[in-house]
Design a binder for this molecule. Structure first.
Ligand SMILES: [Fe+2]
Ligand SMILES: [Fe+2]
Length: 144
């Protein structure tokens, strides 16, 4: 497995959880369970991705700007998660924020897969792509 495949697999987990999340309603056990699962997925993924994907990309002039842009989006995603934490599950605003989160994350994942991966493919060596995947997977297994 290379780093792109590893990241893409987890992006699909996020897409699936987001779809399930916006299908929940009110102060329900399902909403609570899916939200907590998604929150962990997003946080652990962003952390591992910054360490084992964006770190080497920031070190290269060709990919530095793109990497910084993506990391800024991780912070915007964090802020939406915080907003959800501060809002009651029973509030009508909750679903609205959850939909904003879905839109933001899906945009972010598409941009990573369609723009960042392309550029990164030229910057990282084949050996690098494999060893980063292993480091990324190890981190995910430990922190998830
Ligand atoms: Fe990301
Ligand atoms: Fe990602």
């Amino acid at each position: 497995m290379n780093i792109f495949e590893a990241l893409r697999n987890d992006h699909d987990i996020q897409r699936d959880l987001l779809e399930k999340l916006v299908d929940t309603s009110g102060d329900s056990k399902t909403r609570d369970e899916i939200f907590k699962k998604l929150r962990t997925e997003l946080e652990v993924h962003a952390d591992a991705e910054e360490r084992y994907f964006y770190k080497p990309l920031i070190d290269s002039d060709k990919t530095q700007d793109k990497a910084r842009h993506s990391i800024a989006e991780h912070h915007e995603i964090d802020e939406l998660i915080e907003k959800l934490e501060e809002t009651d599950y029973s509030s009508s605003a909750w679903l609205k924020i959850a939909k904003d989160l879905q839109e933001k994350v899906e945009h972010h994942l598409d941009e990573e897969e369609h723009e960042v991966f392309q550029m990164a493919g030229k910057v990282l060596s084949e050996k690098n792509k494999k060893s980063l995947a292993k480091d990324y997977e190890d981190h995910m297994a430990k922190e998830r």
